[in-house]
Design a protein around this ligand. Sequence first.
Ligand code: PLP
Length: 244
Amino acid sequence: MFGLPCDYDSINAIAKEHGLFVIEDAAQGFGGEYKGKKAGSLTDIGCTSFFPAKPLGCYGDGGAVFTDDNATADTLRSIRVHGKGTHKYDNARIGLNARLDTLQAAILNAKFDIFPQEIDLRNHVALKYTEFLSALNLQLSAPSVPEGYKSAWAQYSLLSDKKAEIQDALKEKGIPTAVYYPKPLHLQTAFAQYLGYKEGDMPISEDCSRRIFSLPMHPYLETKEIERICKIIGNEISLTEVIF
Ligand SMILES: Cc1ncc(COP(=O)(O)O)c(C=O)c1O
């Protein structure tokens, strides 16, 4: 989430112990790294999204699946086109219409060239946010990147009891913010019903959902814009109440 890969050594070890197959969701982490390996290459199958809000976005819907297992790759290629077999109109399995649209592919091809540079720029933007917010000297703990990780900085997110006030203050100045996500998974109607979850069952997730919000984040955010955003936050609240 937000650009950092999970601790896949731990997850893969648990999976191995129990004979499980691991699918990595690198939709927000694509461009990030974990112990020298790229996000998307850390488990049996890695998946990413090219939805425009993601670190590598196309201009509509798109995504990719990564694997280094040839048999899995063949199966995935078949599933992508209605479960095709060796002949185009022989279907070996029930598949999907999951082709990447040609126009989106062309856009991604061009954006791939500058993607590593854009990840560096996102890291620079994040660093500036952290610098400016820390300089407000308000015991702010900014989102951090653990040793051995590289973040793709899909989002720069803060937790605050004054989330609504900060969002309003920024909105008043024409600065958008977003909430990822207002409702944790276990309280989504689709899961809550059949798994029987209720409010209070996952207090940390629920607390994060209530207090989290994300600041504008893209590779081309200028330092003076970042500074202005941070100043508005500083004016709005005593940041002793903002933590991550
Ligand atoms: C972590 C994560 N996984 C999966 C998705 C789904 O991506 P898509 O809508 O392209 O399938 C998203 C984006 O919404 C996401 O942020």
